[in-house]
Design a protein around this ligand. Structure first.
Ligand code: SF4
Ligand code: ZN
Length: 309
């Protein structure tokens, strides 16, 4: 016998174990969209006068985020632009960029594509050739953040929305604890961070309370054309272990990921106070972007790669 929606007696398409509720398509979509809007409101992610950039990789989370942001920004009369980064990953990125492009076109959102080759001079495939594959993601992450921050600022955007979901957040929080990196943890959160500087475009994370599985179901129900591919370099061993650990716990103790996130949120202010050194970040001697040291991580990494040529 078909399982019934807890709200309307229609056929349920998803069970949310942490709330012990079943939802039909309509009530799941309503609940999902309401939760994202509430997160945006609660953390005051978008305000009148903002100019929002959405980092859209073409994966399910970023495309889902773009669809929701479009509605929210329109209702607040806030401009929205999508930014994608082409890291140069053969057989993977071209397809996801196509998805990003197609969705921007459908939604009527201006779309800018930035490339590693043009902005940094090297692609992720080239980095992987000379580096252990395990470290490729570290380079990729630093370079991508540098490119996005610079481009967003130059385009006059003051906030950059990224599609991190609850699973990403719970993993990051736990990883920082396990690695004893409270400085990093203090910088983490749904919006902003402890770095406040005109040169730094604030990050906002509207999906931070959405479990990954729900974002996948939402994108399928909404008929978004999203291919669930995986980057060939996605091998971050530690994150994978933490992901499996959290998934196991979630299965046995529903709501675990929310509790990890909520526990972090309840100590976040204290962490911020303790680890905010009030130091003004400097501008990198080489590229002029923000840095905690004389030469920024992006420039140091590029140096490292040259030596390994
Ligand atoms: Fe870059 Fe790693 Fe993500 Fe692939 S998985 S896009 S290499 S950060
Ligand atoms: Zn630099």
């Amino acid at each position: 016998m078909a399982v019934r929606c807890s709200k309307c007696n229609g056929t349920a398409v998803i069970y949310l174990p942490y709330g012990n509720e079943n939802f039909c398509k309509k009530h799941f979509v309503d609940s999902f969209e309401r939760r994202v809007r509430r997160t945006v409101r609660e953390f005051r992610m978008i305000r009148k006068g903002d100019r929002i950039g959405a980092a859209v990789s073409g994966g399910k989370d970023s495309v889902t985020m773009l669809h929701l942001l479009r509605g929210i920004c329109d209702s607040m009369r806030v401009p929205l632009v999508a930014l994608s980064v082409d890291e140069g990953i053969e057989g993977y990125r071209a397809r996801t960029l196509q998805v990003a492009k197609e969705n921007c076109r459908k939604l009527g959102v201006e779309h800018k594509i930035l490339s590693f080759k043009k902005e940094i001079g090297i692609t992720v495939d080239e980095i992987a050739e000379r580096e252990e594959r395990m470290r490729t993601c570290s380079y990729c992450g630093v370079f991508r953040r540098w490119i996005l921050n610079k481009a967003a600022r130059e385009m006059g955007l003051n906030k950059l929305a990224v599609g991190h979901n609850l699973d990403d957040a719970a993993q990051t929080i736990l990883m920082n604890f396990l690695r004893n990196e409270p400085f990093r943890l203090a910088r983490f959160g749904p919006s902003g961070g402890i770095i406040k500087h005109e040169f730094f475009v604030d990050r906002i994370k509207p999906l931070m309370r959405i479990p990954e599985r729900e974002s996948a179901v939402y994108s399928i129900i909404k008929g978004m054309d999203i291919r669930f591919g995986r980057c060939p370099y996605a091998h971050e061993a530690f994150r994978n272990k933490v992901r499996c650990f959290l998934n196991d716990l979630e299965e046995e103790f529903p709501g675990t990921k929310f509790r990890v996130f909520n526990s972090f949120m309840s100590v976040r202010d204290v962490l911020g106070e303790k680890f905010n050194t009030n130091e003004t970040p400097m501008k990198c001697k080489q590229c002029g972007e923000l840095s905690s040291q004389e030469v920024c991580m992006r420039c140091r990494m590029l140096e490292e790669l040259k030596f390994e040529k």
